[in-house]
Every structure is written in C-alpha cells, then in structure tokens.
Design a binder for this molecule. Structure first.
Ligand code: GLU
Length: 600
C-alpha cells in the first residue's frame, strides 16, 4: 500500500517530494525515503514518520527525484528495507508499490548468477533483475547503441516488469535524469503544469500544484526525458496520452484548529451529507434503469467500505424492494462463477484503489457485469473502470480511520434507494434534516463530554460488545471497527437477536455492552437483549433517542426517523476518537494499518 512520488521541475525536488510524501503518508508510514539527482543520485531513507524540511539538509538542490512511503509487505520495517533501492553501480534507483509474488524464485536465480542482496524486500529483486537484464541488452546492442543508455534501461525495466507476478507499480530515477514508471495494478497518475511533472500514487498528493492529470492504465509505462512519453508495456508501442482536468476544489489539507484530522473529519459529516444532496438526481436515470434491469445486484467493499456496502444493500432492500446482497472484497471467491452479464455491482470506496475489490470488479467487468462506484479520491482506477461513476466529493479524508466518507457512502445509499422507490424528494428532505441534526449534535459540548467520560472508562476494558439490529446492525459493526482501529482493544459487534445463541456466555459483571436502540421495528428485540445482558451483570451503554431503563450510561441522539442509522454512527466514531486520545495512540495513523489497501 505504499505511496510513490516523482518530480521533475523548476523547484527544489527534495522539498516538493517531501510535501508530496506527507500527503501520501496515509498509504503507509513504516518508513520513507527520497532520492534526487544532482551530479549523482543522492538517496536517504529511514524508519519512522515523514519528517520536516530540516530532514533534507543532506540533499543537494535538484530538479528531479523520486520518493516513497512504505507499508511493509516483504521484509521487516528497517532502514535498509525502506525504498528507494539503489542499483549496484548507483546508475538508477527504484521504489515499488505492490507485492512481487514470484520474487523468491527470481531472487534464487539471481543469487545463482552471483548477485548480492542487502535487503529482504521484493523491491530489491526487481532492481537486481533489471541490472541483470540491462547487462544482457547492452551486450547485444553495444555496437548498435547510439543513445546514452537510457533507452536500454527502459527496455530492461519493461522486460523485467512483464515477468513480475502480482499487482505492482514501480518508479525509477536514472542517473541521466529520467523518471520511468510502470504500472500494473497499483495506482499511478501523472500531474502536469507548464514547468513541472509529477508522478504519484494519487492525485491529491500534487493537487496544490496542477490541474491537468494523466491517469496511467495497467500495462502502461510512462517516462519523462524532457517530454512525457506513454508506452504499451507488452507491445512496446508508443501510445497517445490524454490529460484531463481534475477538480481539486476542496483539496486543502489542514487540521483547521482541530487536534486531529479524525475529529475534523467527523465534524465534516453535515458537509458531506450536503454534498450528497447537491447531486442532480436526474443524472442517475441511466443507473436507476440499470438497477431495475439487473438480474442480481451486489454491493462490494473492504473494511469500512465493506460495511458501507452492506448498509447500502440494506437500504436498497428496505426502501426500494431491490434484492441486493453485499459481499466482502477479499472473500467473494464462490460468487465469481455465478456472475452473469445482466448483473450489477456497486462499489463504495474511499480511495477507489482497493486491490481486493478492484480484482473482483475486473473479473466482473470481463463477464459483462455493469459496475457502479462511489469513490472519494478523484481520478481513481475504480471510477475509471465503472459504467456508472459517482464522485463522493467529501473532500480529502486524511485520518486513516474512515469516518466522513463512511457517512457519505451510506447517506448516498439511502438517497439512491429513495430515488428508486420514486421518493427522491422525501429522501432529500430527510437527509437535509439529518445533516442539521448531526450539526447540532456535534456542536453541543455536553455530547462530547459524555462520550469523553465514557471513553475513559472503556479505555480500561478488555472486551467491548456492541449490539444492534435491523438498520443499526451495520452501524454497530462499524462502531466495532472504529473502536478496534482507534483503541487496539478487542470489540465485538453482534446482531442483538443472535446474542442469546452464543455470546451470552461472555456476559458477566461489568462487561461493557453498547446498544444502539432506534424507535423502529427492532426496538422491542433490542430492549429484550438489554434485559438479557443486564440480568448477567453487564454494564449497558445506550445510544438512543430515549433513556430506556436498563441503560447504565446513556448517550442521547436525536430521532431522525428513516436516517437514524446514519445519525447513530456519529457517537460511535466520536467514542473511538476519544478512546484513541485517552490511550495516547497515534489517532490519525493507527499502528499497522494503511488507508488505501492496494495490496492483497
Ligand atoms: N513489497 C514492497 C515492500 O514490502 C512494497 C510494499 C507495498 O506496496 O505495500 O517493501
């Protein structure tokens, strides 16, 4: 899930790259590195968070360089395993985003040929394989060659890249001052302005500098040698490239006075719901027809987006009588054979680059399944391969824990279901009221105080249970995900009715159980579950518009009717936030996870 960045232009490369990497840090924050070219390539890399400009003291002024922020897949987190990796003669260096699945086999072959390895990464195997191929090419073409050798390196990289298994994108800086990047699977975009070229894993990282973007597709190589070139990797044929304008209206990355991005982003929930409302529903007509025509409808996602997918399917079933089922990106194997031409797949995603989901969408697309996506990151792969693509327009979400984008995804799903059922105006008016209710909730100090107090208590717990049913089941599951991500404590979201079948054995004095009780069809069953856990001594925390007896702690929420579930996620997100703060964790970058999971 690493982030790669490359720069060529009139500014000081190391500074631009550092700023770019900071914006890519959500993709991995184990370690980082920058390489720039002056007379020779100067490279430095280290474990830890990306530093400030002071860390660039050793770098010469330069106009070209590459950088990387790592989320280790192969080899421990260490300075040596950090990217970029030098070639033996320092003629080039390389960084990778992805996993080379056949690295061991190729490494063994290279070791037999006498190559030495400093690191344990698959990345270094790519470097040595390119060196090896370069030698061969140069042997053959020595007499014929009349360029400075850069052509040979590109050819070696191209040939080796075709042999890599897995989803990989690599970026190379050469001693001749070229940047070469090859894509298969992991994202790659190029940003252009008059005097500068940016290579990156996402568009947001260079958003302040450019408006024109070239999205590189799988199987393409792009390089800059004073001009931009696009090449089909397999055939080695030059391709025309097309740049598109990307709207980065709200690309500002700033905590705006909040202690953490997470709190700022939760506080943007009313804004993201208003963004959903700003869409012209008439534009959805083709999509609505496709939904009505589809034989099977699947919603798909991973992690928090997987839970959003499940809630979107719930809304489609409940309000639109559409038989939608949700699947998890990483666990859909048995469905693949069932996909048929008249099916439709709906994918909500923050990044639009989630490898598990993309792979499924690619298979589905080949079978003629129609793809719809709701993605927050502009210029994403998922949006590009979709028949129907809806930008979430929620603005950058920097905290690795997704909050406002989840809210945006389920609000969109709710409105979609209402539009299909012919009640678009009612849906819009309900979302408007919801947005106002959330705004008021978030601006009421006592809500924060109550949640903070509870966070202090829960931070000392070993296990936290969450019960929900009907519209709130996915909400307690997402609450569970947030608590696990933020606190590193064990949490367990359970369908309230299922409790008595197994998890009741875990109920004993003082065990914290969060229940989400709306004034809906599930209220009676929820209150039964409350009595059942209370009878075994559990401490019950109620999130509800009413203070039912049995609640030991009560977090009041306004009753927003059909949109209650969307309201209810807000206190759970805040609870996870205040627990992370209470425990002294790195709130915006919880350990071990990354935001855009582009590896499998
Ligand atoms: N496989 C590379 C490494 O472990 C890149 C990892 C990634 O893209 O997440 O360093």
């Amino acid at each position: 899930m690493c982030g790669i960045f490359g720069y060529f232009g009139d500014k000081n490369a190391s500074e631009v790259i550092l700023q770019g990497l900071k914006r890519l840090e959500y993709r991995g924050y184990d370690s980082w590195g920058i390489a720039v070219l002056a007379n020779q390539i100067t490279l430095s890399k280290k474990v830890g968070a990306i530093g400030d400009l002071n860390q660039l003291a050793g770098y010469p002024k330069s106009q070209v360089g590459i950088g990387h922020t790592r989320w280790a897949t192969t080899g421990v987190v260490s300075d040596i395993n950090a990217h970029p990796h030098y070639s033996s003669d320092k003629g080039f260096c390389l960084a990778q985003n992805g996993i080379m699945e056949n690295y061991q086999q190729i490494k063994n072959e290279l070791i037999k040929k006498g190559y030495k390895f400093e690191s344990d990464t698959d990345t270094e195997v790519i470097v040595r394989a390119i060196e090896d191929r370069l030698k061969e090419i140069r042997k053959i073409s020595r007499s014929a060659r009349n360029d400075n050798g850069g052509g040979d390196l590109k050819e070696a990289a191209r040939q080796v890249f075709l042999e890599l298994e897995g989803r990989n994108t690599i970026i190379i800086l050469t001693r001749d001052g070229e940047i070469v990047s090859l894509r298969n699977g992991s994202p790659l975009v190029v940003g252009l302005n008059e005097k500068e070229v940016f290579f990156s894993s996402d568009t947001l990282s260079f958003a302040p500098h450019v408006k024109d973007v070239v999205v590189i597709d799988n199987g393409q190589m792009v390089y800059w040698d004073g001009k931009l070139h696009l090449v089909d990797i397999k055939s080695n044929r030059t391709l025309p490239y097309k740049s598109e304008k990307i709207n980065f209206e709200s690309s500002k990355i700033d905590k705006e006075g909040y202690d953490h991005f997470m709190l700022k982003e939760i506080s943007e929930s009313p804004y993201v719901i208003n963004q959903v409302l700003s869409r012209d529903v008439k534009l959805d007509e083709g999509f609505i027809k496709a939904i009505k025509k589809a034989r099977n409808i699947y919603t798909i996602g991973s992690g928090t987006a997987g839970i959003a997918a499940s809630q979107i399917a719930f809304y489609l079933r409940l309000f639109a009588q559409v038989k939608a089922q949700s699947v998890i990106g990483a666990d859909i194997y048995e469905y693949l054979n069932l996909l048929i031409k008249d099916d439709l797949m709906i994918a909500p995603s923050q990044s639009g680059e989630t490898a598990d989901v993309l792979e499924v969408l690619e298979v589905a697309g080949k079978k003629g399944v129609k793809i719809a996506s709701y993605v927050n990151m502009p210029g994403s792969t998922m949006a590009r391969i979709s028949d129907f693509s809806f930008p979430a327009l929620a603005g950058p979400e920097i905290c690795v824990m997704s909050t406002k984008v989840f809210t945006s995804q389920i609000a969109w799903g709710y409105l979609l279901a209402k539009i299909i059922s012919g009640k678009a105006e009612e849906g819009k008016s309900n979302l408007k009221k919801l947005s106002e209710a959330i705004d008021q909730y978030l601006n009421t100090g006592s809500n924060h105080e109550a949640i903070k107090t509870l966070a202090k208590i829960l931070a000392k717990s070993k296990d936290i249970f969450l019960l929900g049913k009907y519209q709130n089941f996915n909400i307690v599951k997402e609450g569970m995900v947030k608590i696990i991500e933020g606190s590193y404590l064990h949490a367990h979201g359970i369908p309230a009715g299922d409790l008595k079948h197994y998890a009741i054995t875990l109920m004993e004095k003082g065990v914290p159980v969060i229940v989400v009780v709306s004034k809906d069809a599930a209220r009676g069953d929820m209150l039964n579950a409350v009595s059942q856990v209370k009878a075994r001594g559990a401490t019950v925390i109620g999130i509800s518009p009413a203070a039912y007896s049995g609640f030991d702690y009560y977090l009041p929420v306004p009753d927003t009717g059909e949109t209650a579930a969307i309201m209810n996620i807000i206190p759970l997100q805040l609870l996870a936030y205040y627990m992370a703060v209470e425990l002294g964790h790195n709130v915006d970058k919880p350990r071990n996870i990354a935001k855009s999971v582009t590896v499998k």
